[in-house]
Each structure stands twice: as structure tokens, then as C-alpha cells.
Design a protein around this ligand. Structure first.
Ligand SMILES: [Zn+2]
Length: 364
């Protein structure tokens, strides 16, 4: 197994001390052989994302830290007269999908004998990395801007991680974490094991949909590990002959901070980002930007951008009517928009294809 930089194509050993390629590109895992996975490979008595262990670069038996992550509900709802399914990853051990990738990231570092790591997220990723590091016996140092409230980092503090408050803007906290002064930089945005874990979402959706692929998947997109992980997981299932089509992936970004949307639609790279309610996905720079654009294109999907008012209205509605929280609000928003993209799902999701999604094909 090697690390590969998709920007320049250079291969690196997996024990490299670099956290990204010399050219600035992100590392991805390059396995010796292509992943092949069939229904028969599912571990029937394992009720977590480790049911699909054969598809991963590591085994559950070798993990230093696991909280039984994964296998979250796929919840059916009706909206605009159409059936939609929400993948409720707010039920993950530390409260977000990040655990899928962090379990791979932290355990890969533990298996290399790493005893000290740094992270620069005060949000879900910081909470997740500090919890898994604590269980793996790894010292975790989390760098945040000095202005970060204690409340926001409650989970980080509770996990016993060392909190470093850095004066200035967020960039300063990131630079401090990347300096290596307090251990290996273990950023979920850069470590190549992270997406390998996020792809578990594709395997779960496949099984929970009666071993089929949905027509369309709408995902909130910050750095973009979810679109990349979904595309990778479904592509592995496609190449294994387990599904007959790839889902079209639609990434959603807030209009106030939408670098991947802009790249996808050929708009100028330079833009003024402003504050957004969707702060968890407000990244002006994505380490995976070009790879996300590529993954969305390969899936024949698209990128859309939503306003603050649309996010707020959808969030209110989903909290009052659906009882679902966290991230899912974008989905409703997107299809209700009066924009050129409107109808994207309606066109693709004809009744026939929805039936295909909902029913198990013959003999399966
Ligand atoms: Zn490179």
C-alpha cells in the first residue's frame, strides 16, 4: 500500500513524515489490489460499519480504539410528494459522520506507533479525534483560535485532550497544529485514511436499500470527504458487480462560502467568504477541491449553492416536522429551489427509478 498524490501523481511510502505531498496536494491511499466486495463478504454478526471490513485498509481486530461506529438509520420521509431517505449520522458515537473516517485515521496512526497528535478543528472533527485518541492512548493536542468559546470545545476538553488557544485568526491555529511541535498532524482533511472510513456510508446505504444504489444522493459539502467517500464506495460496489448504476452525487454548499461549487461551475477562484449558519461546512479552502469536482462529475451529478434564508427556513421545518437534526436540512432546501437546478432530482428520479431504489431486485 502507498500514498498517492492525485495532483502530481507521485507515490509516497505510508510511513512518510509528510502530511501532504511536496506539491501541496493531498494524499490518497493506493491499495495493492482493487477492492472487491460482494454480499457474501458482509460479516453478519457485526452490527457496525465493520460489517464491510473486507473493503477497508484495516481490520477491526487490529483496532486500538473503536466505539462500535456506523450502521446508522436510513430514515424514510415524504417531501414534495417524493420519497427521500435521510442517513442519520447524528447518531454516531461522538455525534457526527466524522467518526467513520476518524476511526481509520487514529487507528492507522496508533498502528504506526504514534503517541502524540495534533488537530486544528474545534467542531465535530476535533470532538471525534480527541475521543478516539483518548481510547487509543494517544496524547491529543487541539489548536483553536483564542476566541473559541469553551462550550464549543466541551467534548474536546471532556476527552482529556490538551487545548491550545492561539491568538489571531483560524489560520494561526492551523499553522501551529501543522508545525509538528506537539506531535503528528492528524487532520481529517489531509489524512488519506479518513475517506477510506467515510466510504462506509456507501456500503451501508447499499445494504439498507435492499442491495441497490439510490438514483441521487444530496450531501452537504465542506472539505468534501463525503462526496469523495460515497463515489469511491459505490464505484467499488459497481466494479464488484453488486450494483447496476452509480448514484448521481449532488454536493451542496452555502452561498456565503462555496469554493467547490465555484470550481465546478467555472467561476472565479477568488471570492469573499462571509459567515454562514452552516459553519461546519464553511471552508474557504478545501484540500480535496479538485478531487471532489472530479468525483461529482464522474457520478454525473452537480454542485448547488444555497442562501442563508433557505438554510434557515429548511432547518426550522426539519426540526419542527421531521425531528431530524444536523446537516440534513440542505436536502429539502435544494429541491425546493426556484433555480436552474430545480427539478434535477425530479428529472432523474422518475417513479420507475424510485421503485427500483425501494424494492429489492429479483433474487436479491
Ligand atoms: Zn503531489
Amino acid at each position: 500500500m502507498k500514498y498517492i498524490c492525485k495532483n502530481c501523481g507521485k507515490l509516497h511510502e505510508t510511513n512518510t513524515r509528510l502530511w501532504r505531498c511536496e506539491c501541496g496536494g493531498a494524499f490518497w491511499l493506493k491499495r495493492e489490489e482493487k477492492v472487491r466486495f460482494t454480499k457474501a463478504d458482509i460479516k453478519q454478526n457485526e452490527y457496525s460499519m465493520w460489517r464491510y471490513e473486507k473493503a477497508y485498509p484495516m481490520k477491526k481486530a487490529d483496532l486500538a480504539a473503536s466505539f462500535g461506529e456506523g450502521l446508522t438509520p436510513l430514515v424514510e420521509e415524504t417531501w414534495d410528494g417524493m420519497k427521500v431517505w435521510f442517513k442519520n449520522d447524528s447518531l454516531m458515537p461522538t455525534g457526527s459522520f466524522k467518526d467513520r473516517g476518524v476511526v481509520m485515521l487514529v487507528n492507522s496512526l496508533a498502528s504506526k506507533g504514534v503517541t502524540k497528535i495534533t488537530e486544528d478543528s474545534s467542531g465535530n472533527a476535533g470532538a471525534s479525534v480527541s475521543a478516539y485518541a483518548a481510547k487509543a492512548g494517544i496524547e491529543c493536542n487541539v489548536y483553536v483560535p483564542a476566541s473559541t468559546s469553551e462550550g464549543k470545545v466541551t467534548q474536546v476538553i471532556a476527552s482529556g485532550a490538551k487545548l491550545h488557544k492561539i491568538p489571531g485568526l483560524r489560520d494561526r491555529a492551523t499553522e501551529a497544529a501543522q508545525s509538528g511541535a506537539e506531535g503528528v498532524y492528524a487532520s481529517h482533511n489531509w489524512n488519506p485514511y479518513f475517506v477510506e472510513g467515510v466510504k462506509s456510508m456507501a456500503y451501508e446505504i447499499w445494504e439498507q436499500s435492499g442491495f441497490t444504489a439510490p438514483d441521487n444522493i444530496v450531501v452537504p459539502t465542506g472539505n468534501g470527504s463525503i462526496p469523495c467517500g460515497l463515489e469511491q464506495g459505490f464505484r467499488e460496489l459497481m466494479e464488484s458487480g453488486e450494483i447496476d448504476h452509480m448514484p448521481r452525487i449532488c454536493g451542496v454548499q452555502p452561498e456565503n462560502c462555496n469554493p467547490i461549487y465555484r470550481k465546478f461551475h467555472g467561476e472565479a477562484d477568488e471570492f469573499e467568504a462571509s459567515a454562514t449558519i452552516a459553519e461546519g461546512i464553511a471552508l474557504k479552502f478545501s484540500s480535496h477541491r479538485d478531487e471532489v469536482v472530479e468525483a461529482v462529475r464522474r457520478s454525473e451529478g452537480t454542485m448547488v449553492s444555497v442562501t442563508e434564508d433557505e438554510i434557515l427556513q429548511a432547518l426550522k421545518k426539519i426540526m419542527s416536522e421531521e425531528g431530524l437534526l444536523y446537516r440534513t436540512h440542505f436536502l429539502r432546501n435544494f429541491c425546493r429551489r426556484d433555480q436552474p437546478d430545480q427539478g434535477w432530482i425530479h428529472q432523474a428520479g422518475s417513479e420507475d427509478r424510485h421503485r427500483h431504489f425501494r424494492q429489492r431486485p429479483e433474487g436479491k
